[in-house]
Structures are given as structure tokens and as C-alpha cells.
Design a protein around this ligand. Structure first.
Ligand code: PAF
Length: 290
């Protein structure tokens, strides 16, 4: 397994792969890998086969964190991540640094960003207004540096994958976006590097996210497919259930069209739901197709 830290070396490698017709799949990550990530790596391998190459990027991207968010505290364990990548048969781990990803940023001489302006306004974008600008910028840069035919993202970040799909289409980027299913703990909590922040008491209550999603799905499935369910009513019931969970503080519950992310006043089977819940300062997200 090769480790590449230099952006020029990464691009040279990627151009070499293009030239000799080798298919590349990229799995962009911020490290602290867990079974959710390994499922993305395995999906990438299935896409390119044994003749293709799987690249995993590990980079905690500062521009997708707001000023009061957890950039400094974001969990990091490179040695463990490299062991996982080796075991998964990854070909290249790309480990860029801030100076090469954002050249001139410290002296105020980095000024080009990629911004999606519709899908990124609601939900995560409402609470974290600069987050998606950081994500779309870094993902574009990773695409330019690794030149993948496929890039694999997790469905837990549903809005992120919708925005990346839209960006790829809008900018005619020659990358096929694959979205792999959320991997869950045995009790249903979606795997996330941020779960490491939870105290044992918070961890025990964090199953409220999947409980609420499943409760909403049950209610929608029991409703008439003609009339559906009024979003305001359903939301109120779910909010009350979260209020009964003492350590949980709701950020948002959203019901939306799965393709356009447009908010819905009536939900039916096939509509999508996402939520974000705080436990102390830790913010967890999850989503479900209803
Ligand atoms: O989903 C993530 O881990 C990050 O947002 C990504 C796509 C690696 C960009 O930094």
C-alpha cells in the first residue's frame, strides 16, 4: 500500500493511471475509520475489481468546520487508519496537509471555492452555513488530484451526497458518484467518527435517532397513500418523543423530496426524513426513506 502526501505526486500517479487505462475509485474520508468506511472501501473495490485501484483520502478538512465546531477535537488515529486500509487492500492512501490543499490560505491568498447554492441551504446548511462550501471545495480538489472514475460516499450524510451528485452534474465532472448504505451498530445507531465523543449515558440515549426515524416510517406506512400524513402533525409527535429523552436536544427534523430536497407539507411512502440531535456538544445526524 502506497502512502502519498504530496499533491503533485498524487496527481502524477492519477495521470499515470489514466494513461494506462486503470480505473480508479476514490473513498474520501476524514479518517478515524470505522466499519461504515470499510463498507465504502469494499464497495469501491467491487466497482473497480482487482485490476483497478482504490484510493482512500484521509484529510480533516478545516473549511467544512464552522468557527465554534469540533475541528481541533476531531478524532484522529492515523496508525489505526493505515492498518485498516492495509487490511482492506487499499492501493493508495492520500494524506495531504493544509498547506498543500489550501496554498496561501494563512496569508490570505487562497480565494477560490466551489459552492452549490440550492440543496445546501436547508437542514445541515441551516445550522452549519459554511459547511457545504467546504465540502464541495475539498471534494472537487480531491477529484482533480486523484482523477477517479468512481467516488464512494455514505448514505448517512444524505444531503452531502445529494449536493455532491448535483455538483458533479452541474460541473460536468467525469466522476460517477456511488452512495453506499449506512452501517449501524447492533442497536441501530448509525456509525460515525463523532460517536467517540459520547459519554456512556449519552451513547445509551443516542438510539433515539433511529427510534424516531423508525416511528416516523411506521406512521407513514400505516397512513393512506392518497392523503399521506401532514408534516406539522407528524413533526409535533416526534418532537415530543425527543423531549422525553433527557440528554437529547433536537436541532432539526426535516421531511423532503429525496431528489430535490424540497421541503414537504405532506409525507408519503418514498418521502425522505432527516434529523440532527445534540447530546451535549456532540451533534449526530441520521436519515431514512419513509
Ligand atoms: O463525509 C466526510 O467524511 C467528509 O465530508 C468528506 C466527504 C470526506 C469531505 O471532507
Amino acid at each position: 500500500m502506497q502512502q502519498v502526501r504530496n499533491v503533485k505526486a498524487m496527481q502524477r500517479w492519477a495521470l499515470g493511471m489514466k494513461k494506462n487505462g486503470t480505473t480508479v475509485a476514490l473513498v474520501p474520508t476524514m479518517g478515524y475509520l470505522h466499519p461504515g468506511h470499510t463498507s465504502l472501501i469494499q464497495r469501491a473495490r467491487r466497482k473497480v475489481g482487482n485490476e483497478g485501484k482504490v484510493v482512500v483520502s484521509i484529510y480533516v478538512n478545516p473549511t467544512q468546520f464552522g468557527p465554534n465546531e469540533d475541528f481541533g477535537a476531531y478524532p484522529r488515529d492515523l496508525k489505526r487508519d493505515l492498518d485498516i486500509c492495509r487490511k482492506e487492500g487499499v492501493d493508495v492512501v492520500f494524506l495531504p496537509d493544509d498547506a498543500s490543499m489550501y496554498p496561501g490560505k494563512d496569508s490570505g491568498h487562497f480565494s477560490t471555492y466551489v459552492e452549490e447554492s440550492q440543496l445546501s441551504q436547508s437542514m445541515e446548511g441551516g445550522t452549519r452555513p459554511t459547511h457545504f462550501k467546504g465540502v464541495t471545495t475539498i471534494v472537487t480538489k480531491l477529484f482533480m488530484l486523484t482523477l477517479p472514475e468512481f467516488a464512494v460516499f455514505g448514505a448517512k450524510d444524505y444531503q452531502q451526497s445529494a449536493i455532491i451528485r448535483r455538483m458533479t452534474k452541474d460541473l460536468n465532472l467525469p466522476v460517477r458518484i456511488i452512495v453506499a448504505p449506512t452501517v449501524r451498530e447492533p442497536d441501530g445507531l448509525a456509525m460515525s467518527s463523532r460517536n467517540a465523543y459520547l459519554t456512556p449515558e449519552q451513547r445509551a440515549q443516542a438510539t433515539i435517532l433511529i427510534d424516531i426515524l423508525k416511528a416516523a416510517k411506521r406512521k407513514v406506512q400505516a397512513s393512506s397513500s392518497q392523503t399521506g400524513l401532514k408534516t406539522v402533525t407528524l413533526k409535533k409527535q416526534l418532537e415530543q418523543a425527543i423531549q422525553r429523552c433527557p440528554l437529547a436536544r433536537l436541532d432539526y427534523i426535516a421531511f423532503f423530496d429525496p431528489d430535490t430536497l424540497d421541503p414537504l407539507s405532506t409525507v408519503r411512502q418514498g418521502s425522505h426524513m432527516a434529523l440532527a440531535v445534540y447530546f451535549g456538544t456532540t451533534r449526530l445526524i441520521d436519515n431514512i426513506r419513509l
